[in-house]
Write a protein that binds this ligand. Structure first.
Ligand code: MG
Ligand code: MG
Ligand code: MG
Length: 309
C-alpha cells in the first residue's frame, strides 16, 4: 500500500508542492508513496494550477478519507485540517513549518518541523542532508511554493534558509528569473475575474478557536487593491454571512503585496478587540494595517493575545 502524502484542507501551493516533494523523497529512499490532496483537481487554486502546468507535474490525486490508509502529513499537524477519519489512519511521518498541532500517534514516527517560511524549505534540507537528488520538475514546484509562502521573500516568515533553498532550487529547475516566476504566480493567484465571492473568501481561509470563540481568517494577495474595487460591497456582505454562521469574528485580509500591507475587512461581535489587537481604527468595514503580510505571524498572534489565549 502506497503512503498517501497529504497537505492541509484548502490546499495552498506549499501543501500541494510539499506532498509532491515528500512523496518523491519517500519513494527515492525506499518507501512507496504518492502525492495526494484533499480536494478534486478542478477545485485546485489558480496559483497551484499555474505552477503544476509550468513545470509539467501531474496534479495529485484526491484523498478525502484517510481511514485505514498509511499517510504522511505535510504543511500541517492540526487534526482540524486533516482528511476525514485521520484517527483511523496510520500516520507515518510529518514535515511542517507551523506550530505543532494536536496530532497523536500510537507509535514513533518521522517528525521534522522547522520554523522556516515554507514546508518545501524543510524538504529541500532533507534532500540535501541525505544526498537525494531533486528532479527538475519537483524542484520547480518546490521553489514556487517557497516564493508563494514567503511572498517572494517579503513575508516576515521568510528566513535565511528559505533564501538558500530558493537559490539552489532555481538552478535545479533551470528558472532564470525569480521575480518573473513570482509575478506569474501572483497574477494567477490574485486574478478575481469570474470567481464567485464565496470561493474567493474560502480560497485561503482558516478557522481558529480563540479562548472558546470561533474566529475565521481569510486572505487574498493582490497586486493592487484596485482589483477588488468593484466587488467590495459584495465582499463585505459575504464576509458578514460567514461571520453569521456561528463565528465571533471573521477577518478577511486584502493584502497588497506591492504596498506591503493589508486592508483588513472586520466583522466581529467585538470590533474594539480587533482594533486593539492591530492598534488601529475600523473605518467603515475595513482597517489598513501597514506591514501586515502574514496571517500566521502577524494576524493570528496579536488576535490570540487580544482574545486572552
Ligand atoms: Mg499552507
Ligand atoms: Mg506552508
Ligand atoms: Mg500559505
Amino acid at each position: 500500500m502506497s503512503v498517501c502524502v497529504v497537505g492541509h484542507s484548502n490546499p495552498d501551493t506549499d501543501s500541494v508542492a510539499a506532498a509532491i516533494s515528500f512523496a518523491h523523497y519517500l519513494s527515492a529512499t525506499g518507501t512507496d508513496a504518492k502525492a495526494t490532496m484533499q480536494i478534486a483537481a478542478a477545485d485546485l487554486n489558480p496559483e497551484s494550477k499555474v505552477v503544476l502546468d509550468k513545470f509539467g507535474v501531474a496534479t495529485p490525486e484526491t484523498m478525502t478519507d484517510a481511514g485505514g490508509k498509511d499517510v504522511a502529513l505535510v504543511d500541517f499537524s492540526d487534526m482540524g485540517q486533516a482528511p476525514a477519519n485521520i484517527d483511523k489512519a496510520n500516520v507515518i511521518g510529518v514535515v511542517d513549518h507551523h506550530k505543532i498541532g494536536d496530532l497523536t500517534t500510537n507509535g514513533p514516527i518521522f517528525f521534522y518541523a522547522k520554523p522556516v517560511g515554507c514546508s518545501c524549505t524543510v524538504l529541500y534540507e532533507m534532500y540535501k542532508d541525505n544526498n537525494v537528488a531533486i528532479p527538475k520538475d519537483v524542484a520547480g514546484v518546490m521553489v514556487s511554493a517557497i516564493l508563494s509562502d514567503t511572498v517572494n521573500f517579503k513575508s516576515p516568515t521568510c528566513t535565511e534558509e528559505d533564501k538558500v533553498a530558493v537559490k539552489a532550487l532555481l538552478e535545479i529547475a533551470q528558472v532564470a528569473d525569480q521575480d518573473a516566476l513570482f509575478m506569474d504566480m501572483l497574477k494567477a493567484k490574485s486574478s478575481i475575474d469570474g470567481v464567485a465571492i464565496k470561493d474567493l473568501i474560502f480560497r485561503d481561509y482558516k478557522d481558529f478557536d480563540m479562548n472558546g470563540n470561533k474566529v475565521g481568517i481569510g486572505q487574498i494577495e493582490l497586486a493592487t487593491l484596485d482589483q477588488v474595487a468593484g466587488i467590495r460591497e459584495e465582499l463585505y456582505k459575504a464576509v458578514a454571512e460567514v461571520k453569521a454562521d456561528g463565528r465571533h469574528t471573521v477577518l478577511f485580509m486584502l493584502t497588497d503585496v506591492v504596498k506591503e500591507g493589508t486592508d483588513l475587512v472586520v466583522v466581529s461581535d467585538d470590533a474594539a478587540l480587533v482594533e486593539k489587537a492591530f492598534n488601529g481604527k475600523v473605518d467603515g468595514m475595513t482597517m489598513w494595517v501597514d506591514g501586515m503580510m502574514s496571517r500566521k505571524k502577524q494576524t493570528v498572534p496579536p488576535l490570540q493575545t487580544a482574545f486572552g489565549c
